[in-house]
Design a protein around this ligand. Structure first.
Ligand SMILES: Cc1cc2nc3c(=O)[nH]c(=O)nc-3n(C[C@H](O)[C@H](O)[C@H](O)COP(=O)(O)OP(=O)(O)OC[C@H]3O[C@@H](n4cnc5c(N)ncnc54)[C@H](O)[C@@H]3O)c2cc1C
Length: 301
């Protein structure tokens, strides 16, 4: 553990809101039209943030704790860093660079693990179990492997937390397992975990102007620009959201973006179900198996 403070990192992703998919959601080539979908905080990652903040609460009378959000995505992903600060996070970093484009889970986890390494000493890393757009649930465990950290997956409940150990209940297919470990460790948080606490009014007032350098450059709000970015950050360092590009995380460039992504998408099919395609089956194993075969053959599942 760091002598000065206990460092918690939450890896959080901004995702398209797949619950509000309208007719413009898909492009003709079958890829997602991200511009037509509102961007939201990945739901599991909000739960990961809550568990991180609960850990901070548990330690607050024992030692200082810092909760840092790291997100990799376009510059507008700074929105979820601010959202996290409104709810209790201390600061955040946006990892953004065109050289990350086309990253599969391997390249994504490589870039995120390089960013965590750059932070220096880290005691606890939280991720969501799964992102609602990519949906692979691979990134958390891959980051743990790359950082050579033990991992607790599918965390559902924080049972207790001290400066030396954490006890967590994890969701299994048929029950719950309670595990205990020391630090450092990476934890992936299940969707059944506690909802994130709401924004805190005082924190919203304090952090509403927190921004990255590129947001400050693009801002048309003159009230924000009365001070130069550097002068503002010198006066109020808590308003600085760090922005790192590929050079900043000191990577092996061959492991980033397309070149670091062995997964190749061969084709994408847009499956649109119509009401005519309803089928009623009996609750028998043979009919269910038959339906499963049909769905697989038709590439629906
Ligand atoms: C060949 C290929 C090309 C792709 N090209 C693109 C592309 O050009 N642009 C694009 O947007 N996507 C692209 N993707 C999708 C991209 O790989 C995934 O979105 C990304 O790797 C994360 O995987 P996931 O969404 O399945 O996350 P999961 O593994 O389901 O996520 C688990 C958890 O990991 C953490 N996490 C995941 N991603 C991030 C992140 N970016 N920042 C912080 N935390 C994170 C979160 O805590 C999340 O809950 C591509 C995928 C493939 C296979």
């Amino acid at each position: 553990m760091n002598n000065k403070y206990f460092q918690i990192v939450v890896l959080a992703k901004q995702v398209p809101d797949t619950h509000n998919v309208g007719k413009d959601a898909m492009k003709e080539d079958g890829t997602i039209n991200r511009a037509a979908l509102p961007a939201i905080f990945n739901p599991d990652d909000l739960k990961a943030l809550e568990m991180a903040l609960a850990c901070k609460d548990a330690l607050k009378d024992i030692m200082p704790v810092k909760v840092t959000i790291i997100t990799m995505g376009p510059p507008r992903a700074a929105e979820i860093v601010r959202e996290s600060m409104f709810r209790g996070a201390d600061n955040g970093i946006v990892i953004s660079d065109k050289r990350f484009a086309g990253s599969d889970t391997l390249a994504t986890s490589y870039a995120l693990s390089a960013a965590v390494k750059k932070l220096g000493h880290v005691d606890l890393v939280f991720t969501g179990r799964q992102a609602i757009d990519g949906d692979t649930a691979q990134v958390g465990p891959q980051v743990a492997e790359k950082l050579e950290l033990p991992q607790i997956t599918y965390a559902e409940e924080l049972v207790s937390m001290t400066e030396n150990e954490i006890i967590i209940k994890r969701r299994l297919d048929r029950g719950v397992e309670t595990v205990k470990t020391t630090f450092p460790v990476l934890v992936t948080v299940h969707g059944n975990a506690n909802d994130c606490r709401p924004r805190h009014a005082k924190r919203v007032i304090m952090y509403k102007n927190a921004s990255t350098y590129s947001e400050r450059q693009q801002s048309t709000d003159n009230s924000q620009q009365t001070l130069s970015t550097e002068a503002l950050w010198e006066k109020r360092p808590f308003l600085k959201i760090e922005e790192w590009n590929a050079d900043d995380i000191n990577p092996d460039f061959s492991r980033l973006g397309m070149s670091g992504s062995p997964t190749k998408v061969k084709s994408i099919e847009n499956v649109v179900l119509t009401s005519k395609e309803n089928k009623t089956i009996n609750n028998s194993e043979s009919e269910i198996n038959e339906l499963m075969k049909e769905l697989i053959t038709a590439h629906i599942i």
